[in-house]
Design a protein around this ligand. Sequence first.
Ligand code: GDP
Length: 526
Amino acid sequence: MSKTTDILQQEVDKRRTFAIISHPDAGKTTLTEKLLLFGGAIRLAGTVKARKASKHATSDWMEIEKQRGISVTSSVMQFDYNGHRVNILDTPGHQDFSEDTYRTLTAADSAVMLIDVAKGVEAQTIKLFQVCAKRGIPIFTFINKLDREGRSPFDLMEELEQVLGIRSVPMNWPIGTGRDLCGVYDRVKNQVELFQGDDHSTIKVQKVEGYNDPIIREMAGEYLHDQLCQDLELLDVAGDPFDMEKVQRGELTPIFFGSAINNFGVQTFLENFLQLAPKPEPRHSTVGEIQPTNEKFTGYVFKIQANMNPAHRDRIAFLRIVSGKFQRGMSVKHVRMGKEIKLSQPQQFLAQDRDIVEEAFPGDIIGLFDPGIFRIGDSLSQGSEVVFDELPTFSPEIFAKVTVKNALKHKQYLKGIDQLTEEGMIQVFRTVSFDDTLLGVVGQLQFEVFEYRMKGEYGVDVQLQRMPFQFARWIVDEQIDPSKFRINSTLVKDKKGNYVALFENEYAMRTAIEKNPTAKFLEMAP
Ligand code: GDP
């Protein structure tokens, strides 16, 4: 092995790149903050909180963000822990949910699914889970807010299976819950972690012989110990055993119980997660799988954040490094444009602080200054021409008919729509019957950003009229009969000319599927 490959291998081995998926309020910000604290990045912990608390963001932040007091697109946070370098990809929730949220998941090698013990699996968790499940990446579950009254762990495990179709294996188990919570039993290390004090924050770790150990009885009392023994006996007999291969294929999710706000169970979770989570994975391309240890630098753009600095109208293209070593100032091939470009102003994202990066390795995310040359899915490579698989387009759920207010601006309007579609900002459709232009998005914010950019960058005022559709399905069929898509649905074409049916409700969708037995209805573009 050459020295370069050796170094690359070491850098790859220590990296973990993951996203936290959850429904708003499950505690993602809190957990992220605690994870960063373990990495010693205390300064950043404050920054993460500030993102939510402050109503006005930093001066070069996009105007629309200032208005709403949110961050438009996800950021990347990096920290070191126990010899690992950890990259957390933030997936925006709340109102700033967008197609970018989904795309960010394509840059992660694993996901942490955060669930509120009282609420269980919620709507946004399901959507994000499905995107991860399609990729088959490992998913680790953290059941949060154990200090509150919640649902029984068995109940939650059943819900994971029923709603998400994934089996689970608890790595630890609560001893009591809510007000009675006194700690967790670690099934891997055979130890008890005890909460102490009113705020549950002081933790005592006690090695034991097994869950039957009388020491636990002394610590937790008879009642809770009996309950624990009953539960764990049942799990030993009827639960799934831990199976690393199934975890790697995303068929089994290890569950950890804890309370992020009390910093309880977080460190154990982090340590186990870093052990079990995959290091940067290869990515598929036109020349086969590209291994991270391949010495030639390659990467792909998975997100473009526009107008972070309105004065300069610049953008940041987020690049996931797939292989090789990145060095500031290096020249790489922009494969789609067929030309060499110099990567001179790369930035790493630490919440809102942006630092210049000198070097980076597979699994890392860097932000590239983009004067308008990048599109989502673009590949960069050193030497040979490597093109990574196209990023998937996600089924939009919100639709609007778009028109231009001033007919004299028609040309700029078309140009704007064309470019913003290319960039992956919105999806555009034309109705088959009237040749109207419809836009489809995953989150409402995308419409707001679209309007804002049409005005700011193309000088065009657009009018958006919400349409009642909720579902889009790409249709693959020899013969499509538009008359079959009349009731609570409509037939449109995407920009590549594929037929897509839009439905107002599930009933209309089911009816259309029944009426068209020869057709395939796909959630993503074929
Ligand atoms: P996000 O929307 O998922 O980022 O959630 P936040 O981290 O902002 O948390 C939502 C609310 O839940 C906040 O009020 C947190 O203080 C609270 N929270 C987070 N973790 C815990 C926990 O372990 N226990 C309790 N009781 N509350 C928590």
